[in-house]
Design a protein around this ligand. Structure first.
Ligand code: SF4
Length: 490
């Protein structure tokens, strides 16, 4: 099969993926970020070879759209010249503030590097499917809780021990126990080997967690200890201690899931605990700050990113980190510099306020950028954010999808709008609640004017919402039938 056409593969620079607006190349910096001048060079390459639109994904990857097979090769060549250290092989991800966060429990980078080297040495890259990934989360202000991974290592305790879990987010992964740093790499490789043994289609969810703990030859690991519950929280953890399924996540040591997957994102607050949104300022271990900004719906014209990066250079920024939740982080800044850059970013159209309703909406490129798009998702999303800030209170995610494929958010969301062809209209949209874009409900409940439909829902919520009730709770209380009826109202 043509590498350019292979589905299910991550569209890395060398194997861009076909989309409705040409080929898409995705790159993820190895750790940390890239010099502002390199980001400017990358944006200039995107203007030369693509359609000039840059995405930052929910996992903090950069995407360049609108490529052709030959321009994609040119782009890859120019990225190499820019000396951008692009991740290849099995993703081993650390948090966007790894190694610099003042509240980090442990610097995850040495362990992540050890795991990358061990994966390479074992030749696992060729034996694992393209979506198998590892998260090494040092904790701190921007935890990786909402990021799906096959193997999860999360720092906890003092001195740091690593909580080991497989197949999911922090909330949904199956916990295996705790492992000391010296054995964490071996345990991870053992799990990846077990996945590889099941074939390239396998994921960690296919593994038997009990068999993993009991049977996998965890080379170099001491014997499994009694359960964490039996040990007691105050005791020193053994190198790996089993956590029975029923015990689930040790609540005292792992952060709760926050963000859109939990339907209850926290708003930015410098002094608060872990936050879901990078749109904030974060105190760093060296006494400086990192400013976080988001790209509206994950996309911006390359010219706007160039202008922002030039502003950051003028303010002394040495690095820009693409980060979770479609954001960019600017570490090493003073408070004054953060304020100046934030103002410049706002005037360029970036999201600079954690309460910005655009953060509550996920929208794919849609029409006209994507050939499959039935509706102009981004402009519809902009209008909804502009007119319905009260509805978009941050307690739920509204997914605006150009078609039933649902590229922007494969998981269910509280409200999902899906573009549809209508006989006498250019593009209607259907609605589904607590569902994905593929839900039959989105086919059955279609209106010609989606914006009017959402306005009816906003009006319903305004009338029916209890004091101190979030919109998400109100929608759940009203139920799908009532909300759908409001959407369909003439
Ligand atoms: S979901 Fe959006 S981006 Fe994906 S194919 Fe449909 S219209 Fe295109």
């Amino acid at each position: 099969m043509n590498a350019f056409a292979r589905r299910g593969a991550c569209p890395a620079l060398s194997t861009p993926m076909q989309t409705g607006d040409g080929l898409l190349a995705r790159l993820h910096t190895v750790a940390g970020g890239l010099p502002p001048k390199a980001l400017i060079g990358l944006c200039e390459s995107a203007l030369r070879h693509g359609n000039g639109i840059i995405d930052v994904t929910a996992r903090g990857s950069i995407q360049i759209r609108g490529l052709t097979p030959s321009s994609a090769r040119e782009l890859a060549r120019e990225v190499a010249v820019l000396e951008i250290d692009v991740r290849t092989g099995v993703p081993v991800e650390t948090g966007p503030l790894a190694g610099i966060d003042a509240q980090e429990i442990a610097d995850p980078r040495p362990l992540a590097n050890e795991i990358r080297a061990a994966i390479e040495k074992a030749g696992l890259g060729a034996r694992l499917g393209p979506k198998v990934s590892v998260v090494v989360d040092g904790g701190g202000r921007l935890p990786m809780d909402a990021v799906l991974a096959d193997v999860r290592l999360a720092a906890c305790g003092n001195p740091a021990t690593w909580h080991l879990a497989i197949g999911g987010t922090a909330a949904s992964a199956r916990p295996l126990g705790f492992v000391e740093e010296a054995q964490a790499c071996a345990a991870t490789i053992a799990i990846l080997e077990a996945i590889a043994a099941l074939g390239r289609e396998a994921r960690a969810r296919d593994l038997d967690a009990q068999r993993i703990v009991a049977e996998i030859p965890l080379s170099g690991l001491p014997a499994i200890s009694p359960t964490r519950g039996e040990n007691g929280l105050g005791e020193t953890l053994s190198p790996i201690s089993v956590v029975a399924d029923a015990e689930l996540t040790p609540k005292l040591l792992l952060f709760p899931l926050v963000g859109e997957m939990a339907g209850r994102p926290e708003r930015g607050n410098l002094q608060a605990g872990p936050t879901s949104t990078p749109v904030s300022m974060f105190p760093l271990a060296d006494g400086t700050l990192a400013l976080g900004l988001a790209l509206p719906f994950g996309s911006m014209p390359a010219e706007s990113i160039i202008a922002l990066a030039q502003g950051a250079i003028a303010l002394g920024a040495a690095e820009i980190r693409p980060a979770l939740a479609r954001s960019l982080l600017f570490p090493g800044m003073s408070a004054d510099a953060c304020g100046t850059l934030r103002q410049a970013a706002a005037s360029l159209g970036f999201v600079t306020d954690a309460a910005d309703p655009r953060l509550s909406i996920v929208a794919c490129p849609g029409a006209p950028a994507c050939a499959s798009g039935k509706i102009a998702t981004r402009s519809l999303a902009e209008r909804m954010a502009a007119h319905h800030a009260d509805l978009l209170d941050g307690s739920f995610t509204l997914h605006v999808s150009g078609c039933a494929k649902g590229c922007a958010h494969p998981a269910p969301t509280t409200l999902t709008l899906v573009g549809h062809d209508l006989d006498d209209h250019d593009g209607g949209a259907g609605i589904a609640l607590d569902a994905t874009a593929r839900a039959p409900a989105a086919e059955a409940h279609v209106v010609a004017d989606a914006q009017a439909g959402i306005a009816h829902i906003a009006s319903l919520v305004q009338d029916m919402r209890h004091a101190d009730e979030t919109v998400a709770a109100c929608l759940a209380r009203l139920g799908a039938t009532t909300v759908t009826t409001a959407f369909m109202q003439e």
